[in-house]
Design a protein around this ligand. Structure first.
Ligand code: ZN
Length: 561
């Protein structure tokens, strides 16, 4: 007698092979059989007219802090994600000494756009070390399955204190960090994550600690990871970290490297194709490498209180350093800042988030009724109507009454269909970058998996549904060496999605204020996702959680080599 049988499903099993009709049987939390007439079960689900697929494996999220108050990592499981990775880019909350807690939260506020109030109210500091953090999550319980990176910026602050953000590490400090990486790998980290990306800045624009690491520090820490014989090196790379450098770092480790974030930029139409080619070359030469790409256009909603799109600009640093609102307003007035920013914006040498394309910045909603006429218009239009540079208009507007509250949306990257299609189809890329749990007031891409099936399979016909499902599930499990997940075959954990064959996707984003202290986040709902099972337990029905207390997720600690 099985616990559960899905009958007459159109099974897309995550191996990449074409869909087929059949039944799937589950006992306890494991898929035990598939085929026809399998026998009886306590619970039978008629899956006629539905796809049955493995749950999505979201390899790039930032739920590290949220998981301490929300074991479900909402909204991801409601959007078909059954396994997710935390600690990406090296921004973790463990290890963390008590005296560095507030610094850690203030950095997260800036680098990952999280509400400081929500973090201060929400984070449960029941741990200091990384093993303690994992034990805490496991004992408290988890909605989805979680795998965690040990994060470079956190271990740097642990070893060096506040100086982690302003100097290179000495040999003793590197040794402390190496020991932490080793300990973390032994207790179940999925790998070691870091960032050299110029847009990753903590409080007051101070670079995130990992950006200060010299080559020898990087090499030492990657080596520590590899000593365990397991582990993935994850890097969000900056302009000064070419693929060749990463290749040098990985030399002799026999471990894979995952490189983020390969987003298409119209100013440099072939830059990402070249990176993918370098990644392919490295892999062909024996250094396994994967490019992390996104199936979503990168859009951001923002106000001028915290315009993330400018943070990669060196001229904007002075604005990020402003200690309070008054000082910030003064900086926005300064002609020097405006001049420098305009020059930097006009200089197309460097790849970055925003490239002077003001027609992609749109006024969404205004607070002050006086400005109603601007709603829905882009800044290029407005600037030409007002006879001024768009950047001046933006800053003047911010300084006017209620202007700091005006909400903008900007289409930053990854908009070109054929270019993004090439990245998604490459053999050397991995589809990810939802950034779920971060930037929650700017965008919500947690539903990227359903969007992939809707936009790139149904609407654009870029690839077959079995290929898309494979890339979102089985291929992820393979790249990251996760056992028994990512495929609907006997012996695997029952992480399963039941999806309407005719309609699948996500809604437009909308706001909810359910973060600690009532802070706002953007979220989306699923379309056509009838059910989600995690380790054999049904956790989502018609888009909503079945029972918040039903924490069936596992902390994944074992990975193969
Ligand atoms: Zn990230």
């Amino acid at each position: 007698m099985f616990d559960l049988i899905f009958k007459n499903a159109c099974i897309i099993d995550g191996t990449g092979k074409p869909p087929f009709y059949g039944d799937l049987a589950i006992k306890d939390n494991i898929i035990v059989d598939r085929g026809k007439n399998l026998g009886s079960a306590k619970n039978v689900i008629d899956a006629e007219g539905k796809f049955l697929t493995p749950g999505f494996i979201d390899t790039h999220t930032h739920y590290d802090a949220q998981l301490t108050w929300d074991p479900w990592a909402l909204p991801s499981p409601c959007l078909g994600v059954t396994t997710l990775f935390i600690g990406n880019c090296g921004f973790t909350i463990a290890p963390c000494k008590p005296e560095h807690r507030d610094l850690t939260l203030r950095n997260l506020t800036n680098v990952e756009g999280m509400s400081l109030e929500a973090l201060r109210q929400g984070v449960e500091w029941n741990f200091e070390t990384f093993p303690e953090y994992l034990n805490y999550l496991e004992q408290r319980g988890l909605g989805p399955n979680i795998a965690a990176y040990i994060g470079h910026s956190s271990i740097r602050v642990y070893a060096m204190g506040e100086e982690a953000t302003n100097r290179s590490a000495n040999q003793d400090e590197i040794k402390i960090m190496q020991d932490i990486v080793h300990e973390s790998m032994t207790c179940g980290a999925i790998g070691f994550a870091t960032s050299t990306f110029e847009g990753h800045n903590g409080e007051n624009g101070i670079p995130m600690p990992s950006r200060l690491a010299e080559h020898k520090e990087m090499i030492s820490l990657i080596k520590s990871m590899s000593l365990s014989g397991r582990g993935v090196f994850m890097l969000t790379k900056g302009l000064d970290t070419p693929i060749k450098t990463i290749k040098d770092w990985m030399q002799g480790t026999n471990r894979p490297a995952v490189v983020a974030a390969l987003l298409h930029n119209p100013m440099f139409p072939n830059a990402m194709d070249k990176q993918v080619q370098s990644i392919k070359n490295a892999t062909d030469e024996g250094i396994e490498m994967w490019g992390q790409v996104s199936c979503r256009p990168l859009t951001m909603e923002f106000t001028m209180k915290s315009p993330y799109l400018f943070e990669g600009f060196s001229s904007w640093k002075i604005a990020m350093q402003a200690a309070n609102e008054e000082k910030y307003a003064e900086v926005l007035k300064s002609t020097e800042l405006r001049q420098n920013m305009k020059e930097e914006l006009a200089d197309p040498k460097r790849v970055r988030l925003f490239n002077d394309n003001w027609d992609e910045v749109i006024v969404r909603t205004v607070k002050n009724d006086k400005y109603n006429k601007f709603e829905g218009k882009n800044l290029k239009q407005i600037a030409s109507e007002e006879g001024m540079h768009a950047f001046d208009w933006l800053l003047d507007h911010a300084l006017s009454e209620g202007g700091m509250e005006t909400e903008f949306i900007v289409y930053l990257l990854n908009k070109d269909k054929s270019a993004v299609g090439r990245l998604l189809k490459s053999e050397n890329t991995t589809i990810s970058l939802s950034d779920a749990g971060a930037h929650q007031t700017f965008f919500c891409d947690a539903g990227y998996g359903l969007y992939m099936l809707d936009n790139w399979v149904k609407k654009s016909n870029l690839m077959s549904i079995e290929e898309a499902v494979y890339r979102l599930t089985g291929k992820q499990a393979d790249i990251y060496r996760i056992d028994q997940r990512g495929r609907l075959v006997p012996g695997q954990y029952a992480d399963i999605l039941l999806i309407d064959k005719d309609k699948v996707g996500v809604t437009e984003p909308y706001k909810v204020n359910d973060l600690p202290g009532g802070a706002v986040r953007l979220t989306v709902d699923s379309i056509g996702l009838d059910g989600v099972w995690i380790n054999g337990k049904r956790v989502v029905q018609n888009g909503s959680l079945v029972d918040r207390k039903n924490l069936s997720g596992h902390l994944i600690r074992a990975f193969h080599a």
